[in-house]
Design a protein around this ligand. Sequence first.
Ligand SMILES: Nc1ncnc2c1ncn2[C@@H]1O[C@H](COP(=O)(O)OP(=O)(O)OP(=O)(O)O)[C@@H](O)[C@H]1O
Ligand SMILES: [Mg+2]
Length: 520
Amino acid sequence: MGMGELGTNIGSVLASLMFVWAIFKDHFPYRLRGHIEKYIQKLFRFVYPYIEITFHESAGERLKRSEAFSAIQNYLSTKASSQASRFKADVMKESKSLVLTMDDHEEVPDEFNGVKVWWVLNKHVNKSQSISYFPVSDEKRSFKLSFHKRHRELITGPYIEHVMNEGKAVVVKNRQRKLYSNNPSKNWHGWKSTKWSHVFFEHPATFDTLAMESKKKEAIMKDLKKFTQGKEYYKKIGKAWKRGYLLYGPPGTGKSTMIAAMANFLNYDVYDLELTTVKDNTELRNLLIETSSKSILVIEDIDCSLDLTGQREKKKEKDEDNKEETDPIKKKEKEESDNKSSKVTLSGLLNFIDGLWSACGGERIIVFTTNHVDKLDPALIRRGRMDKHIEMSYCGFEAFKVLANNYLDIDSHDLYGKIESMLGETNITPADVAENLMPKSDEEDVETCLNCLIEALEEVKKEEARKKAEEEEARLKAEKEEKEKAESAQESVKVDENSANSVVKENGFHKEGDAVGVDT
Ligand SMILES: Nc1ncnc2c1ncn2[C@@H]1O[C@H](COP(=O)(O)OP(=O)(O)OP(=O)(O)O)[C@@H](O)[C@H]1O
Ligand SMILES: [Mg+2]
């Protein structure tokens, strides 16, 4: 028998009993009334061995929606689809997914470790109408959970925890992800945080569309997956639950695209941190504290956004300069220019990454990108801080095949052989390959596009050959100059030697002369 039927039967008997009692209770003496009520409750518990827990939508009139209520609602949306027959539908994520929630008073059974429970969504309409400054809906909704009292411990403990966790996971899955960028601190005002502004993150890049060797790609995906499942592991080893990636390679090799693919793969928000607008380390800390977990913090082009490598030395120099400045006008000018340039230091950034994040919740990924890995301070990129270094390189044949599939919907073509051999001997970025593969008009067919790429490859090859020839020429020229210099140096040494000899000779002559003189 379902909870519904049982509930209805017992419920109607008890309801009649209560009704009768309500009518006649005033005829009983006060003390007797208390006794009778106690017995009715006992009887109630005996014939109705179920416990009911109610979860209200709002904990108080002005409080925001209770977290438990939302979690339950989301949890039940996954159950309700198969169990209940009346739904309310919500369209999430730009009509990409439909979220069904149970309709009012619909009963949804659930099972946990073999124990059955029942959920009902109740709605009460508030009769007392009051005028309130805060818009409060008169409708109060609550979820009622019923289960046999035998299972009290299991249900109030592990089951509720399970519902909360699953419910929150559904929220994460369905939420619209955001791309945050930091605001300059002069705009940080008001009671609501304005440190980051956001837009919805809708970058279409995925690992499927990312042009890269499949082995490398799979290794990265595996690494990310392992990270997201590593909560217990990080706890065990006593490290903050974070992972750092350094993406390096020439412009147009897909570093930014990779970040978008990561965010889409993990379902994380992205915080794009523009370091040049961050005034100092305190500001940096304030910004980073406000990022949420399940997010990727991105610092693009670290070599350009800050002179991280030379910052410490520069600062020292500045301090010394400041001491010397005595002219008040010049001093003011100097201060202004100092304020304009960012004072975030490498050590500030590293300290934060190493320490602070451990304290404010885990599951964070930090990605640095750079075009010049060799310019970075080794302290910044040592393992442990940047756990994984990923080189984004020029387009190989495998990467080309992904792009051809993305842009032209093809897996093979007669021209593939030629393209493969040409890619082997030229450095072209995936961005350039993509640009050439994209049909410029509706008339352009696959072959035209591939030929367009071949032409571009030939162009690049020619360019490379020209550059190589130029370099060779410059090298030869330098060599020649060097040789000439060396020769002329030798020449002058010879001349010097000669002149030295002549001096010696002269000296000798003099000496001789002297001697002669002495002799004479
Ligand atoms: N590996 C790739 N896979 C798919 N598309 C790519 C790839 N690399 C580049 N592209 C294409 O080229 C464009 C530019 O790439 P992207 O912005 O990711 O390069 P980047 O490495 O971040 O360059 P930069 O160093 O200038 O920031 C992208 O919009 C994308 O369409
Ligand atoms: Mg980029």
